[in-house]
Design a protein around this ligand. Sequence first.
Ligand SMILES: [Zn+2]
Length: 211
Amino acid sequence: MFKRNTANPKIRKEVLKRDKSKCKTCGLFYDLRLICAKLNMDSEVTDEDKSEEYALFCGLCYAIHKIKQVPSTQLFLCISKIPQNEIIIKYVEYYKKYKKIPGVLKIDKKAKYLPLSTPEYAYLLERGVDIPEFKKYKIFFSDKFDFSFLDKKKRFSKSTYSDTESDEEIIEEEEDDYMESTIISYVDDISELPHYELSVNELEVFSIFKS
Ligand SMILES: [Zn+2]
């Protein structure tokens, strides 16, 4: 799965307190199961690390943070005017309410399918490609993505983080469970989405994948 760049327990504890158990990207509060990861995702985790180098991410935002390493069956790109953090919030709210992963059109009725995979997109970003069209590119989640970190069954009914020894043990244990179970759910067939018409600019940028 992911090559993790997560904090040691001491830093994790500091960051949880500092950020009040809220995901840096979507801003949602999670009582457990936040991932405390290095902001610079390519730098190694060392013993000299300071808590300032870390932030908290929910499972969805972490996947976007680590887009390059997430299997392309789990994420896909669409054209949407909805900001990425709002898309995340909609996924979380829908999943919590209906216990299934929403299809794209449940998140954005006007979304259009973009024929570019997330590894391809990550590759372009890594090479410093930046075209105005990228602002419309949003990441959506397929039914292969594991939303189980949102399930209540293994969570504890704590509303705030406290720093007793036992809590720390629980949190570590919770994090290990992350992404292991699978959920059967319904997702709209992507092929039914209207397709987005690529601009000349995009056709040119994407042509490197066609040789
Ligand atoms: Zn988040």
